[in-house]
Ligand binder design. Structure first.
Ligand code: AHM
Ligand code: MG
Length: 338
């Protein structure tokens, strides 16, 4: 390789964050430090997931009855790594994790100004099969005088200062966005041990004939959802039906949808009237990514996902997110039923 072919202006996540911070005169560096702790958690979780897959592969060769245990261990490891990173950065006051029933309050940092919600390993039921899983996170800045309680974080997504997710796939991908900003994608370079900016300013295509939903739930779907999905599968004379793609791991389905376009849905239904996915660390952070990439995200009442206020930290919601024109179709069908 000629010396002129080597990129010497590599934008690492660290550099990216430093440059972002420089744009904000009032910035104290707290948010940047918090992000450094986040990126360490992602690297560590990615590392252990890769190792656990090897363990599971040996499990498949004979000791499959211990697989469930292994998987549980990994959920615990991911959660512990995340909590330790958030505690040790001294910038987080309140932490919500899918793995923790109660909100974690870091009383050792009474002046920390951030609250974080996370799903340390989303899609972990797929781990045994080696399917991509990931970490989803949302970051809120605490209100002035916040006491450090769970009420501090039961906020609509519009209050997030940043959100994003990782996907531990063929390589580890990180997608991050800040309030009112663009969406940027990084790839973990294992040799450098750094996330490198590989997908600057991600924009979701305006439309694409791909839908992503668990059709096994269609028995329980409400009429508008049935009509909408049928309209994709059985288009009017001359139309081409949509392709179905469903991995069953939100980070992977979301990442594909972000890159290729289309729609991802997990609607509320008769069996789960509140939906399955959690607002604080699944729906809202994804909605912010999709909106900032030029897409849309709504709940099952066709409300803007980012405006939905969780009643409690693990509150759920239906969600439809993706390309602008694809989500608009969902809204249009639902409007006929109003
Ligand atoms: P988890 O947080 O327990 O891993 O569940 C969330 C996952 C998402 O990643 C995925 O989109 C969804 O559950 C799949 O659910 P289902 O198997 O019902 O289709
Ligand atoms: Mg989850």
């Amino acid at each position: 390789v000629g010396h002129d072919q080597i990129n010497t202006e590599i934008v690492t996540l660290t550099r990216f964050l430093t440059e972002e911070q420089a744009k904000h005169k009032e910035a104290t560096g707290d948010f940047t430090l918090l992000c450094h702790a986040l990126q360490f958690a992602f690297k560590a979780i990615s590392h252990y997931i890769r190792r656990a897959t090897l363990v599971n592969l040996t499990g498949l060769a004979g000791t499959s009855n211990t697989t469930g245990d292994d998987q549980k261990k990994l959920d615990v490891i991911g959660n512990d790594l995340f909590i330790a990173a958030m505690r040790s950065c001294a910038r987080v006051r309140v932490l919500v994790s899918e793995e923790e029933e109660e909100c974690i309050i870091f009383d050792e940092w009474p002046h920390a100004r951030y609250a974080v919600a996370c799903d340390p390993i989303d899609g972990s039921s797929n781990l045994d099969a080696g399917v991509s899983v990931g970490t989803i996170f949302s970051i809120f800045k605490l209100a002035e005088g916040a006491k450090g309680t769970k009420e501090d974080i039961c906020l609509p997504g519009t209050e997030m200062v940043a959100s994003g997710f990782t996907m531990y796939g063929a390589s580890a991908q990180l997608v991050i966005t800040m309030k009112g900003g663009s969406v940027n994608g990084f790839t973990l370079d294992n040799n450098f041990g750094e996330f490198i900016l590989t997908h600057p300013n991600m924009r979701i295509p305006k439309k694409r004939a791909i839908y992503s939903v668990n059709e096994g739930n269609s028995l329980y779907w409400e009429e508008p959802v049935k009509e909408y999905v049928n309209s994709l599968k059985y288009p009017d004379e001359g139309g081409k039906p949509y392709s179905a793609r469903y991995i069953g791991s939100m980070v992977a389905d979301a990442y594909r949808t972000l890159l290729y376009g289309g729609i991802f849905a997990y609607p509320a239904d008769k069996k789960s009237p509140k939906g399955k996915l959690r607002i604080l660390y699944e729906c809202a952070p994804m909605a912010m990514v999709f909106e900032n990439a030029g897409g849309l995200a709504v709940d099952s009442h066709m409300r803007r996902m980012l405006e939905v206020v969780p009643q409690h930290i693990h509150d759920r919601s239906g969600i439809f997110m993706g390309s602008e024109q694809e989500v608009q179709k969902v809204i249009d069908v639902h409007q006929k039923y109003q």
